[in-house]
Design a protein around this ligand. Sequence first.
Ligand code: NG1
Length: 497
Amino acid sequence: MTAEPLVFSGSLADVYFDDEVPAQRERYQALKESFHKRFGVWPDFYARCPGRVNIIGEHIDYSGYSVFPMAVSRDVVIAVASLESSMPVQVTVANQDPRYTETSFQHQSDSIVHIDSSVHDWINYFKCGYKGLLESHGNIQPRGFRALVDGNIPTGAGLSSSSAFVCCSALATMQVNGIKLSKLELTQRAIEGEQHAGVKIGGMDQTACVNGVKEQALLIDFVPVLRATPVSFQPVASSAPVFVIANTRVVADKHVTAPTNYNLRVVETRMAAAILAKHANLHNVATLRDFHKSFILDQYGDQSQGLSDDRQLQIVLAYIDTKLKPGYYSLEDVAAELQTSVAQVRSRLVADVTIRASGFQLHSRAKHVFSEARRVYQFRDLLISSDDSSGDLLKELGELMNQSQASCSDLFHCSCPEIDELVEICRRSGALGSRLTGAGWGGCVVSLVQRSDLDRFLDHVQEEYFFRRWPEMRGDGSISNYLFATRACSGAALLPA
Ligand code: NG1
């Protein structure tokens, strides 16, 4: 990830693949004209940010483990015109999609902008990007602007439509205010900004959206520092792998379900880390990765350096079987394990997130996290070190994706019946690997398919899942919104208008 400031791309061809450019040119032109029609002025520039698909490494970013996503071909584009400096500083945001009504807000010197996270409103994500960016630039006199949004990332589908929007808003705000940031700095501002939306978040999405690279996936590390390393699919290039996204059409609204799903998993993994650390008499442990690293150092001292990531994770996986019980813990059980009070458990592990739960599953959550972290390293190692002389590499990558799905479904309980069914159909239709992507509980499935099998795969999946459930889709042309192949795409960009 470069530390150079993010500057204008020369043309659409820098951002999109050559065969996409003509359609994108029309799209940007239409956006420009709508902007003029609505605001009576022409935009100064476009900010653009893609969604992402996570290939492997689910629900482990907030435990500090590396993940393996890539940016996808669906994106958010915002056309922007700055206003002359005036008081109060006003920002107006409209959307090409009529479901989202035009909104204006005023910059506030103390809080930057008020965000009511109890209300699920699209503009909150725009405000998150705005606030995240300007919070760390308290000394500038901000400028107002007008923005028109055009997005085609399916919402609530695990493809990071909200994070892409936050990143894109932060990018637009950066440019309007003459701030120069690198992609990494922009990513960090967007991560901080999205915390204001009311869900406890990891950092995978913003990192993948901003730092995407054409034809490469990203290995994202969070510790000791945020880093995105492009990894090419060159070793399997001769088998021509394609990633296909299929949307269950079950809307996974994280904002609404967070207290029983996403936030609860954040708390369960924290509780597991705290109890494991207590048993091993380790201090300063916040995440499962903190526990893992401290435990290995404590047990193996200098020799720990010679232990591969894989071996270390095998060791901690064996440890949890002896220290965490299967089934549910109550808050009282957790307090007893930590030799503290329920009030202390609440303030230490739950205070910053809203959850609704009477029991906490710790063994299965920790087992998922450690085994999924192992699979990410195995996936990376296969791509980095193999030359695929056996021709089996793609199958091995697919098998890791299948194992990830089993773990998400059986241990982390973030799948749902529709995902399970769609995954089965994808595998029967020729996918080498298929799994949910993103937070789960609905949303999309990602499949690894050989290019030579692609047409047959798409035909089969559309018949078996989509047309069977929604016969009207057969003739209405909407299938390409729910089932599409994607290449790894480039990340955040500024384009001249
Ligand atoms: P979604 O809801 O699919 O965008 C969420 C988190 C990720 C990660 C995945 C699960 C946010 C913004 N995104 O992704 O960081 O934890 O779930 O792997 O919180």
